[in-house]
Design a protein around this ligand. Sequence first.
Ligand SMILES: Cc1cc2nc3c(=O)[nH]c(=O)nc-3n(C[C@H](O)[C@H](O)[C@H](O)COP(=O)(O)OP(=O)(O)OC[C@H]3O[C@@H](n4cnc5c(N)ncnc54)[C@H](O)[C@@H]3O)c2cc1C
Length: 258
Amino acid sequence: MTETATHTAGASTPPARFAVPGRIEVNGAVAGRWQTATLTEIRRETPRASTFRLAVPGWAGHLPGQHLMLRLTAEDGYRAQRHYSLASAPDESGHIELTLDRVADGEVSGWFHTVARPGDEIEVRGPLSGFFAWPGDRPALLLGAGSGVVPLMSMVRHHRARGLTVPLRLLVSARSPEELIYAREYGAETTPVFTRTAPAGTPVGRLSSAHLAPLLAEPPAGGWEAYVCGSNSFAEHASRLLVAAGQPVDRIRIERFG
Ligand SMILES: Cc1cc2nc3c(=O)[nH]c(=O)nc-3n(C[C@H](O)[C@H](O)[C@H](O)COP(=O)(O)OP(=O)(O)OC[C@H]3O[C@@H](n4cnc5c(N)ncnc54)[C@H](O)[C@@H]3O)c2cc1C
């Protein structure tokens, strides 16, 4: 689900007349077409999360922050479909990457983590949702927790791949260093927040106003566009902190996985 702090965007591709400010147009023809994707690689990120690389020859490209709809079909015709954020930056490789947390008893994430092998075929439809997209044109303050960091990582990767100079900062919350997805990839733009265990010398605790205060006290020219992604409770908590610290409500974009 995608929304501002005050507005629920509803379906992923609403008609233009319902568009909220800042929405980036989604190509309806592309978003409505199922395409075959072939799994080419599986990379372990943490004990609970893995990245799945897919070859999608007809992929029309995406913006960082967008997601897709994924569909699995069993031999008896039973189908399950779920939304997944695009983890990879947009490129010309004909491949995309998704990172899935393994949800206990999860139908789709369970299949990916226990059954899926390179060569397997699935179906995807997208990219979807222009609202949570970041085209790389405005200072971005990214707040994510758990697998909520996935669409934010696409933004960080895009920022690096294109050598963008627009300010970008990432605050990422994880239970422990072992559960920090993409841990090896973070650089100076990232502040990790650990809620249960942390490396020696690093405080343990939830994302707090103390983490946000220095960033919001010295905003870049034009101010931050905030992107918040994670569970319902994290999205509520983080967006409340942002508003309390003075971030304008209409410049907070929220994606909930819960
Ligand atoms: C826009 C969007 C983008 C998303 N992107 C990602 C992504 O990049 N990576 C990712 O791992 N997930 C992502 N999700 C969540 C994903 O769509 C599925 O909900 C998740 O993988 C669980 O599906 P499942 O079939 O494995 O579990 P299900 O069989 O649907 O559910 C099994 C059990 O787990 C509970 N459950 C369902 N979803 C979650 C959850 N997210 N966290 C905790 N418990 C849950 C259910 O209530 C149920 O009890 C996204 C969701 C949305 C709406």
